[in-house]
Design a protein around this ligand. Sequence first.
Ligand code: NIG
Ligand code: FE
Length: 422
Amino acid sequence: MPISKKATLLIRNIGHLVTMTGPVPRIGDGMKDVALIEGGGIAAAGDEILAVGGSDEVEGHTPLAEGCEVIDAGGRVATPGFIDPHTHPVFSMTREKEFEMRLEGKSYMEIAESGGGIRASVRDLRSTPVNVLMEKTTGRLDRFLRHGVTTIEAKSGYGLSTESELKQLEIIRDLGPLHPVEMVPTFLGAHEVPDEYRSKREDYIYLIINEMIPAVTSGGLAEFSDIFCEEGVYDIDESRRIQQAAADAGLKLKFHADELKSTGGAELAASMNARSADHLVYASDKGIRAMAASGTAAVLLPGTTFSLGGRQYAPARKMIEAGVAVALSTDCNPGSSYSESLPMIISLAAVQMRMTAAEAISAVTVNAAYAIGRESRLGQLKEGYQADITLWDMSDYRELPYHYGVNLASRVIKKGKLVSEC
Ligand code: NIG
Ligand code: FE
């Protein structure tokens, strides 16, 4: 079928073209299907994909616009631009001292209880000027992009006052037009209880519900509401109350759940029809079944277990067998997992959670798009979808988990434009 629109981008001679077309989300054995085309080509017009197929066929049937960018992939692998569905990218101070304290035997929770952890990041963020935060966040977006990531979910949660939560969400909004990496904003006012409310936590919950959520939604500053539902942070009843208020105000739900202990977070997320529950290292069997039934995605964060020096990883195989849509993320944050490398996460998912290359790629494309509500536009290389494409310096997509600790993203295309070349 000849194509009427003219291409502004043509990529030919792709060895493994991983299109990911097919069911969304991918569940069960479906996660093994990457909808592969060998010897493929892609054409895009502006920010949209025009044609995907065999290299000669796409080239033969697509008229090229004047000045069309033509890329010969030289037999390399192409995938949809990766999507990271859980990040905390807006912060200034790093916490390498805490990392060393953990090496000496202190636990993440012990450090948090003694005033470090999230609360230390909050004190820093509140006093850091916006331009400094913009610059540091931009550096992280640059690193995501260089590692083949074209979209991230981005949380607030280091402000914990109305003013400073809005400050973070406004930075996420204002960076949108300035950087190729697209961000989906999440309000995380219930990330911790800040210093000044330690002895009156009910007043802080009142503030979240009656001041922060209305301010966030009236400014259109977030699509999702998230909460750290964990023993010692927000319990199940508090989490339900805060998230119900967020849902009533029109926000979609996400949960940090069952990360350090099993508290019934997965069950709560499923019962509230959350789009995702994240971490889930200690999710119960009942919680896993409930998530499969409600279509709540599991966003797994093996980099966090790795960086905290944990031995137990989330039960990915059990979740896949139960029919949960599994996604993967870096959890990029200054405390428990400081990395912008989704390829590294794919290697950890393979070795520590026994996910195959195909399952892990499903988890950072279609299923990650589903976890952030972008499945109708992102996560697949398909006509009409946004032209977000990463070319990898490898000839077989199964090299992704296997060849670890180096950056193999060679060209990154966002909205039809070449935005990074390594
Ligand atoms: O996803 N678990 C809670 N929140 C982050 C850690 C944030 C921090 O330590 O600064 C996480 O691991
Ligand atoms: Fe997190």
